[in-house]
Design a protein around this ligand. Structure first.
Ligand code: OGA
Ligand code: NI
Length: 341
């Protein structure tokens, strides 16, 4: 528990060594290029939304959605209850704290990846929403309304993810239910991220550069900026749009589409002024699901660029984030019979 940043006021003035990252891992986000993530209004006509999602997905691998159908009150309640959780006295949180990465529901600090000693300025409450039961009895019982609010939020965020996957199928010529079933039905994992103010944002990160390993991620970004996305060799800082979600593709979707849609690297920066809360909702295939390039994306002149793997095996291979070279994460996935792309 003493690892938890938000319980350690001493961190406000001095940063323990492990957090200070080497300068070559900390290239700042560029202010020079005025690129922002596309914002897609999902209340437009279906054709327009489909086209916008595909275009944004191909160009950035990341986009923001507004008018997505999840009521504003659900977002505010979610943010409020997550904030309340982190504000509770340490004793109330202690039973949830665990460094055992195999535990589905736990409170911890840093990242789930193996980082070879490097530390990250983030506390996280990770919750797993089991499908199909949606049984939340193993979630924290305090604050009292947490299970109801987070359960309701998760069901709606998952619904949005499934709708975006359906739109992608329509746009790419996959059968509309391609992502229904085991490939999206393992569990919904929720990372509720708390980034306390950090006295030295230029030498720390909240999360290392990484690609999400799931199918698709729906991020509630919070009002305080912090998410940075790789774009043409630079990092662009995402300016959150009120009531939006940030959507990005996980490695499983990159594999299914044989690289047509890319899972793009991103990281979380810290800041010294304001605490930040974000919630990532990951749509994860069941471990026994075998995922490989869909036949629609493979053909003459278009060989499979990725290996077909059991998801459980894939996850075991991808638990190391090596800063500065984290793009290597996907090299194990690439089809070794093919030339490097
Ligand atoms: C994540 C993630 C970004 C953020 O949880 O995988 O990339 O802005 N979060 O918190
Ligand atoms: Ni991520």
């Amino acid at each position: 528990m003493e690892n938890m940043l938000h319980l350690t006021p001493a961190h406000a003035s001095s940063i323990p060594d492990g957090f200070l990252l080497p300068a070559d891992h900390l290239r700042p986000a560029t202010a020079a290029v005025a690129v922002s993530l596309p914002v897609i209004d999902m209340s437009q006509g279906r054709d327009e939304v489909r086209r916008a999602i595909l275009d944004a997905g191909k160009e950035h691998g990341f986009f923001q959605v507004v008018n997505h159908g999840v009521p504003e009150q659900v977002l505010r309640d979610m943010e409020a209850v997550c904030h309340e959780f982190f504000q509770m006295p340490a004793a109330d949180k202690a039973e949830f704290y665990s460094e055992d990465k195999s535990k589905p529901n736990r409170l911890f600090s840093g990242t789930n990846y193996e980082t070879l000693g490097e530390r990250y300025w983030r506390d996280c409450l990770r919750l797993v929403y089991p499908l199909p039961s949606g049984d939340t009895k193993d979630w924290p019982h305090k604050p009292q309304r947490l299970r109801e609010v987070v359960g309701n939020y998760t069901a709606l965020a998952r619904g949005l993810a499934m709708e975006i996957l359906r739109l992608l199928c329509e746009g790419m010529g996959l059968r509309p239910d391609y992502f229904v079933g085991d490939i999206s039905g393992g569990r919904v994992a929720l990372d509720i991220n708390s980034y306390p103010p950090c006295p030295d944002p230029s030498r720390t990160l909240g999360l290392p550069p990484h690609c999400d390993r799931d199918l698709i991620t729906i991020l509630l970004p919070g009002a305080v900026p912090g998410l940075e996305v790789a774009y043409r060799g630079d990092w662009i800082r995402v300016q959150p749009v009120p009531n939006s979600f940030v959507v990005n593709f996980g490695l499983q979707l990159e594999v299914v589409t044989n690289g047509t849609l890319k899972s793009v690297e991103h990281r979380a920066a810290t800041n010294s002024a304001a605490p930040r809360l974000s919630v990532a909702t990951f749509i994860v295939p069941v471990d026994d699901c075998v995922v490989g390039p869909a036949e629609e994306f493979v053909g003459e002149g278009n060989p499979p660029r990725y290996r077909t793997l059991r998801v459980g095996d894939f996850k075991r291979m991808h638990n190391v984030v090596n800063l500065g070279s984290s793009l290597n994460q996907i090299t194990n996935l690439k089809n070794n019979q093919q030339k490097e792309i």
